[in-house]
Design a protein around this ligand. Structure first.
Ligand code: F6P
Length: 377
């Protein structure tokens, strides 16, 4: 495409979709600053795609509106994980049913005079963005999620901030667990991908790390706890378990079922492990020593909140700049990504095609094993 062929872009919409994560505001800050400098107006769309469905809200975003927000957690635009316009929950005759409202989105984009949308989201929101691109809306995707589960980018922003929160929790659980000689379980987020558990567990000195990609054996966990007694005469053991982890032959634990426009809520893996351990302890011969006490902490949304760390701020700012650069070049329907130290882009369809999971035979798992971590098998 030559410079003459390029349609000048005057106005873009910007939205954040799915669960929030540290760094969303830094991307918004970066997009607004770099777009404004390029003479492109930015329209903020509130609460994800819902802002483009009847009753939704949008507002122009100027540099004055975003001053200093790159250091803040959350998203000034709001977000939701119930706003899929292709399966939008509406109440008809008192019953909540899913309806396709995607044409509302197309009309809103036209009405607002948007040349395209920058969608900051995880696999779900980017899949919606991709479907909208097939309806003729120009899209740029920016990959976010603390779970780090998108294959087309070396990492998503938000991940390392969440890992730091989980690592700091493990550092604290270590001192109380060690003082009381207890088995301390920390349940962290990561429904299908065990990256937060693996990284935080390694950094936070966990003796046992359980991830969804490696269904665990309770016997292997018990053996490791016993080995700590044999080696150190201590009942203290630190375990990190991803919310999506489960014992071999079992399945993911849920605390709420999927409903209209919502997915099932994953959770309970930590307590399940606690109960199974207590039953196994009660049935075992502990050779005269005290049966270990077990305590479980569910870290939950603490991992999603708070300020982004330095690494996530930098990646977020660079993702935002790249998104605007692609728009200026007329390269729509792409997803920005990190490749090594460079910010690049891939076709949006390729961006969402591959999930990113812990490789059970990969380097990180083997290095964790090499320093004595039990992976539950
Ligand atoms: O996808 C990110 C994530 O943090 C998952 O790890 C977790 O299962 C989910 O969001 C929780 O979402 P919600 O805020 O809807 O409970």
């Amino acid at each position: 495409m030559t410079q003459q062929d390029l349609q000048p872009v005057r106005r873009v919409g910007l939205l954040t979709g799915g669960g929030d994560c540290p760094g969303l505001n830094a991307v918004i800050w970066s997009v607004v600053r770099s777009a404004t400098q390029a003479g492109i107006e930015v329209f903020g769309i509130e609460d994800g795609f819902e802002g483009l469905i009847a009753g939704g809200t949008t507002r122009p975003l100027t540099i004055a509106d975003i001053r200093g927000i790159h250091r803040e957690g959350g998203t000034v635009l709001g977000t939701t994980n119930r706003g899929n316009p292709f399966r939008y929950p509406v109440t008809i005759n008192g019953e909540v049913v899913e309806q396709d409202c995607s044409d509302d989105v197309v009309r809103a984009v036209q009405r607002l005079g948007l040349d395209g949308l920058i969608a900051i989201g995880g696999d779900g929101s980017l899949a919606i963005a991709h479907e909208l691109s097939r309806k003729g809306i120009n899209i740029i995707g920016v990959p976010k999620t603390i779970d780090n589960d998108l294959g087309a980018t070396d990492s998503t922003f938000g991940f390392y901030s969440a890992v730091t929160t989980a690592m700091e929790a493990l550092d604290k659980l270590k001192t109380t667990g060690e003082s009381h000689d207890r088995v301390m379980i920390l349940e962290v987020m990561g429904r299908g991908a065990g990256w937060i558990a693996l990284h935080s567990g390694l950094a936070g000195g966990a003796h046992i790390i359980l991830v969804p990609e490696l269904p665990y054996s309770l016997d292997a966990v018990l053996d490791r706890i016993r080995a700590r007694w044999d080696e150190e005469r201590r009942n203290y053991t630190l375990i990190v378990v991803a919310e999506g982890a489960f014992p071999a032959g079992g399945s993911e634990s849920h605390i709420a079922k999927a409903g209209a426009g919502t997915v099932a809520r994953v959770g309970g893996a930590g307590l399940l492990l606690e109960h199974n351990l207590l039953d196994a302890f009660a049935a075992a011969d502990w050779s005269g020593r005290d049966i270990p006490e077990v305590r479980t902490t569910v870290l939950g949304h603490l991992q999603r909140g708070g300020s982004p760390g330095a690494y996530d701020r930098i990646v977020s700012i660079r993702f935002g700049c790249k998104a605007v650069e692609l728009i200026k070049q007329g390269h729509w329907n792409r997803m920005v990504c990190l490749r090594g130290t460079q910010i690049e882009s891939v076709d949006l369809a390729d961006g969402i095609a591959q999930p990113h999971n812990v490789d059970p035979d990969g380097q990180l798992v083997n290095q964790a094993r090499a320093v004595g971590v039990c992976l539950g098998n």
